[in-house]
Ligand binder design. Sequence first.
Ligand code: SF4
Ligand code: MG
Length: 333
Amino acid sequence: MGNLLEVHSLQTVFQRDKKDLVTVRDVSFHVKKGETLAIVGESGSGKSVTSLSILGLLAKNGRVAKGDIHFDGQDLMKLSPKNKRLLRGKEISMIFQEPMSSLNPVYTIGNQLLEPIKLHLGLRGKKARDYAVLMLKKVGISRAEAILDEYPSALSGGMLQRVMIAIALSCNPKLLIADEPTTALDVTIQAQILNLLKNLKQEYEAGIILITHDMNVVAEMADRVIVMYAGEVVESTDVYSLFDRPKHPYTKGLMECIPHLHSSSKTRLKSIKGNVPPIDKLPEGCSFSNRCPYAMEQCKIQPQLREYTTGHQVRCWLLDDQEYVQEGSLENG
Ligand code: SF4
Ligand code: MG
């Protein structure tokens, strides 16, 4: 099947103090119809900037400096701002972490849900309202009629996120970009929302880009995964290989941070020491070298993203070490 979205060698820069800061570097990936690609990494790794670059929604001081973005046969880099706006909300929809910040507090849920339905589907009056009710029911809101006349402040976080999903899906988008869609919600609601996304993916055959820092969400939802660190892809593979044979030390670190359901409460959760460095203070060579337990002399030279096996790419010098590659780890500390 052809690719719905193809991103090739994306480079996004932000201007600060008259200097260009390269925030996303040489990022490539694709998404097929009916497939979920997870973009995973800690905050500051460039996940959100990558998705905002695709959508043309970067802050004023940001721009895509290099790269190609093709969506459903269209070159997004050549699309006028007006056509991009039409594409967003109709063919590409988004859900963000904070539904409250995406909904306007002074308009009712009905106003905000009906707007894209009128604009993109051309429905009017009772037809538009019936369609809005149908969408709210699809996302599991039973008292849909009543909610149309309520304001966002009257609803819980989980309910608002459902409304956002209803808005995002109301035009039957080909691609849904969900940026930490469940981070602000409690665990029960989180599971419900993830289930909802899964069902909707099957029903609509949409492609999904799911941005998250939570490996449990990745395991639950993704078909393929790219792991980002300091604005670069450090590992890219299908979800099974990622959990069975993670290769990049950063990916392994993320895995060790996953709380296991059955582990005793005494087992301390590991976390990766330190933070993602600011983009203008990256260490020389490999960006992860100041936190990596395997760092060596060679790591002062920037490693390239290379094929480990078909469809599994890794950016790390350890790939040259046969023992590491076969055993999956070198005992360290
Ligand atoms: Fe660690 Fe070196 Fe690999 Fe970077 S290249 S992740 S520093 S071993
Ligand atoms: Mg983010």
